[in-house]
Design a binder for this molecule. Sequence first.
Ligand code: MLT
Length: 407
Amino acid sequence: MLKINEHYLKLQASYLFSDIAKRVAAFQQANPDKHIIRLGIGDVTKALPAACIAAFHRAVDELAVDSSFRGYGPEQGYAFLREAIAKHDFQARGAEISADEIFISDGAKCDTGNIQELFSADARVAIPDPVYPVYLDTNVMAGRTGAFADGRYQGLVYLDSTAENNYVPKLPNEPVDLIYLCFPNNPTGSTISTAELKTWVDYAKANKALILFDAAYESFIRDESLPHSIFEIEGAREVAIEFRSYSKSAGFTGTRCAYTVIPKECAAYDSAGNKQLIHPLWNRRHCTKFNGVSYPVQRAAEAVYSDEGKAQCKALINGYLENADLIAAAVKELGFEYIGAANAPYVWIRCGQDSWEFFDLLLNKAGVVCTPGAGFGRCGQGYIRLSAFNSRENVVRALERIKAALA
Ligand code: MLT
């Protein structure tokens, strides 16, 4: 008799965004004439930058001719993309990262979900609350938690991110081995200063812990005093892995391209206490389970770093940030407390009631989809998240409808 992995049975309902999509589909079926505006999942709506499209076309044409055709590429990604990333995303900001420390992949969701496979089942895991659900669910699947009780999985260390700490969690007061951080934050849009991030790096060094730093939203940083990468912090190379994505910065949510940075010094320990480098282990995993991102997609990602690509991505990001500003201004006018928008495409709003009830209210009365804060964790109860990823027209319309619904 085949037995299943019973840890899957501990998972709560379905994946948050699938759950929301199902509710919205049911609402649309019941109200076919109602026009719905989606400010829920952070999915981009603007076309790919022209420089990426041109590079994509050229690469597709290369595949049409035997002499320039390419089959399997390197699992870790083509050198042209890895070198461009090292130069533009890291070395240009004084972070010493080399091309061979970069692994190209099809998404930060997959990488942040898969990385935990490398660590022992008894690793003590610290996860912020609220949090992007992938970090949590993949640790549940791997058996690092107990049952779900009172809104939380037993056995995890939750790092509360609340108004009291300005949505930047404090260091844990019990020992942890693996720490998930995401800045600019999803879902709250909060940011971390260099000094605050340094306290986490120092903690990780002192405790032989490892930080998994999700920087998928770094391109939305407007405040230039903020770190874009954990590798801008001294000492981080030994104790941090960083995840980046072209999904939000260049509109690649459907195109799929991202990368993970694992410095050569970065290590965890075996049961005898010996240091084990993570880079060769992730490389082994990547080569075994992944066959690389397609050549045209990697060429399109490389074009992000051309002069035109940089300018076009900046325009895309600025457009979404302006949407975020409009959302923030409207919720302020409505008298809600909020955070985010300044350096992130998300606005985290204290709605003052059950967040799923508020989700239903906005859907029913305004035809606007938000993300209920409770879906991101217990500390998200009483909040909702609005995403700035939509056209200006839809954002303006959604805000008018929300104002009318709450009047
Ligand atoms: C979100 O809405 O939180 C993101 O779109 C999720 C993701 O990037 O997978």
